[in-house]
Design a protein around this ligand. Sequence first.
Ligand SMILES: [Zn+2]
Ligand SMILES: [Zn+2]
Length: 380
Amino acid sequence: MARDYYDVLGVPRNASKEDIKRAFRKLAREYHPDVSQHPDAEARFKEINEAYEVLSDEDKRARYDRFGPAGVQAGSGFSGGVGFGGFEEIFEEFFSTFGGARTARRRGPRPGEDRRVTTTITFEEAVFGVEKEIEFERLEVCEACGGSGAELGTSPMRCPECRGTGEIRQVQQTFLGAMVRTSTCPRCAGRGEVNPTPCRTCGGSGLQRKQVKLSVQIPPGVREGLQIQIRGEGDAGERGAPNGNLYVVIQVKEHKFFKRKDNDIILDITLNVAQAALGDRVIIPTVDGDVELTIPAGTQTGKVFRLRGKGVPRLRSDGTTSGRGDQLVYVQVEIPTNLTVEQRELFEKLAKTFGGGVQPQSNGRGFFERMMDFFQGEQS
Ligand SMILES: [Zn+2]
Ligand SMILES: [Zn+2]
């Protein structure tokens, strides 16, 4: 558990900027690992720097006061985060010799960025998989210079400013004695190389924007929003650095009949009263083609038929599948509204056989309760 920053610097919560700075100077002098005899100097010094980093910055201090350490942690959702910076005058030097935060590092060639492309497929393609050709733009190695960034016949040369090291070292006198300060070479931006005749095609970057087409194998069982990673098919890296990845984002078109719930396919069908009362054999669509479904006599609205194995293949994280879900057929019995004269007469005859009156339903499980049971996995 990190100590309270005010305690670390030994100042009250209402300390002024000057007080904080004074306290920091004093402690920094005492605990600087290069000069301190304290056994835990390095840890203390780090803690002191961290505390000062936050409390010396009005914004960060305000967030710290309000939200505690979470308010100033990088990636905590509060903008800013703890970067090193905002330091004044002499204190910058600490970081060049200590803990690396401000240490100039020779910057290698940058790896390529990832690319993200959305592709739209049909419901059936999501079920069975498909090979899709996708078209997108990415950075590729410049054909004119082969990625060196230098015009053909020339080559980049060692940076004269930093002699190829990518960093500039300066010795400064401070109250702690001579300290070496390193910074990124401004001439070559840390690359250690300069390019006297940049390639005219790519302007010296060694990379070129290209429209590309790529054939992508989409496995069976993918769902809306899934991202398929294709390694190395993103932007090319600078001067031989690794390529970024391509992410193909799946978008699935809505189907005319089918809906999807996890790996099950849902189909709603409507039966007329005669079919429901007498039973029937009906033809219904599945993703594998039409099949015959037997409707038993006395089928009610809300009845669900399960066609095993007619659902979506279960996609595993390695891209293979194991088994398939089911197709669920939901029945709705339709009461006719526009009866022909003949139908009307027949219904009237029928009505006499049933007798009149209303039968109150017992306080049992109605249609909606059964639906809820079903969605919670308990099939009626
Ligand atoms: Zn080029
Ligand atoms: Zn340089």
